[in-house]
Design a protein around this ligand. Structure first.
Ligand code: SF4
Ligand code: SF4
Length: 462
């Protein structure tokens, strides 16, 4: 990690002077002084200029009819980002291309931060096959119309791989894809605490895996124990070994808490050295239901979290792996994680359709308006879906001018427009800003500044 760049980013953000939008330019084009040069940024492109070219560029960008190639290029990128973001957040239409199934509320772990509500092991609720079939038909029809492959995701809220119906469910969805002449890919988010037999079955039948592991055994066993307090780490290691042996693609999903964020480099070492992970996602723990359970992080922790993250990222690169986090993804135009904007049809136990990944069952749904219909009865509440989509697309006014607004999940999932609260200034807001800001300055430092003395103005796609 480059400490001086990190310091520049965090202090610039703190002072509110980091990559402001160019005044009187209607497009989202942002400007930052850096090591004696000027950086111009719009999603997808970064340009560095000397003082003379910077002045010319600013004048050019304010005109309706831009002259220079660089000004044209950055304007195009800014227009494209704005268009794509607006389109993404426009409902109707809602065309689901991915079927996400929370097949059962049953789970074999007792994670300290479980967002599925208080575990009710006795009264498990399932998602019946009829409902799944109807959902798969809707998604398959939308995929066929758009000529794109179909995907099915088996997600938590319970542990999908301990659901005895999973082989039957997968076969049913695959059969529907075949009927629509579609290719299909499958993904499961698993806690990895499964029998050898199940792990082998999964490796043979499912394409990709998100394997939850919060770190080395001391952390994993404390944060993600079994129902009766059993250690889970040995199971996770065995599952990772089976997936590796069978050459399956998997990513590690580690939930990072207030107690573990200073251990991020050690967590990465474990994931690379013991689980042989090639892709690791670190996610700060999110607040519980209805924002009642705080995630424990304060805004003052954001910079420390990011610096640990960046150290972890370096270690991962040394081990041929990548480390990402979902809040700010520079290679995508995105906002919050709402399923309605990602064209995902999410069915939860009992057969309801949810607009939110966090709503995994009845007990988590009762607090809010995130249920948008009941698939089982073919009873889609379109009005409610569109109304919910409209509310979820509302931005915090403080985000309107932010350089990161096209690559930011806002305060989601801690802060949600359905329950209120400002995104701007939250722990996640700061993290998202720092991560993107650091990436921009690091890229400029590494690639653009070494070339600028010869050219006065240089740019690159990012
Ligand atoms: S914004 Fe709200 S509904 Fe959307 S994903 Fe986040 S928590 Fe869920
Ligand atoms: S929440 Fe995201 S878009 Fe809004 S101010 Fe923070 S970083 Fe920018």
């Amino acid at each position: 990690m480059n400490n001086s760049i990190f310091e520049m980013v965090t202090s610039g953000i703190k002072e509110g002077s980091f990559f402001p939008q160019i005044q009187s330019c209607v497009l989202p084009i942002f400007l930052q002084e850096f090591k004696g040069y000027t950086l111009f940024y719009a999603p997808g492109t970064l340009i560095a200029t000397d003082a003379y070219q910077s002045e010319k560029m600013i004048i050019d960008l304010k005109k309706n009819n831009v002259q220079s190639i660089f000004a044209k290029q950055i304007r195009n990128k800014a227009e494209m980002a704005k268009r794509r973001f607006d389109l993404q957040h426009q409902i109707p239409p809602f065309n689901p291309y991915c079927l996400t199934l929370y097949t059962s509320s049953d789970c074999n772990l007792n994670c300290s931060y479980c967002y599925s509500g208080k575990r009710d092991y006795k009264n498990k609720v399932d998602l019946n096959l009829e409902s799944i079939r109807k959902g798969a038909e809707i998604v398959a029809a939308a995929c066929q119309k758009a000529s794109i492959p179909m995907s099915v995701v088996f997600h938590g809220g319970g542990e999908p791989l301990i659901d005895p119906h999973l082989p039957e469910i997968l076969a049913c969805v695959e059969e529907i894809a075949i009927n629509y002449a579609l290719q299909i890919s499958s993904y499961v988010a698993t806690n990895g605490v499964i029998s050898e037999e199940t792990a082998n079955w999964a490796a043979d039948h499912i394409d990709q895996f998100g394997l939850s592991c919060d770190g080395y055994p001391d952390i994993q066993d404390q944060q993600r124990p079994g129902k009766n307090g059993e250690k889970s780490s040995l199971f996770v290691e065995r599952t990772a070994a089976i997936l590796n042996k069978k050459g399956k693609k998997f990513s590690i999903r580690a939930t990072i808490t207030e107690e573990t964020y200073l251990q991020i480099p050690e967590i990465i070492k474990y994931c690379c050295g013991k689980l042989f992970a090639k892709e690791i996602y670190l996610e700060p723990i999110f607040s519980g239901l209805n924002q009642k359970t705080d995630n424990g992080f304060s805004v003052n922790d954001a910079a420390n979290f990011c610096s640990q993250f960046l150290k972890g990222k370096e270690l991962a690169i040394e081990n041929g792996a990548t480390v990402e986090f979902c809040g700010s993804r520079m290679n995508e135009i995105h906002g919050r994680y709402c399923q309605v904007f990602r064209h995902v049809l999410q069915l939860i136990p009992g057969g309801d359709i949810s607009a939110c990944f966090k709503t995994s069952g009845k007990n988590t749904a009762k607090f809010d308006e995130r249920l948008i219909g009941r698939n089982q009865e073919g009873d889609w509440n379109w009005d409610h879906l569109f109304e919910t989509g409209k509310k979820l697309s509302i931005d915090d006014p403080s985000c309107y001018q932010c350089f990161n607004r096209f690559h930011c999940a806002r305060g989601c999932p801690d802060i949600c427009p359905l329950t209120g609260g400002p995104d701007h200034g939250s722990f996640r807001c700061l993290m998202n800003k720092i991560m993107t800001g650091y990436s921009l300055l690091e890229t400029a430092d590494e690639f653009l500044l070494p070339m600028i003395s010869d050219h006065q103005i240089v740019g690159m796609e990012i």
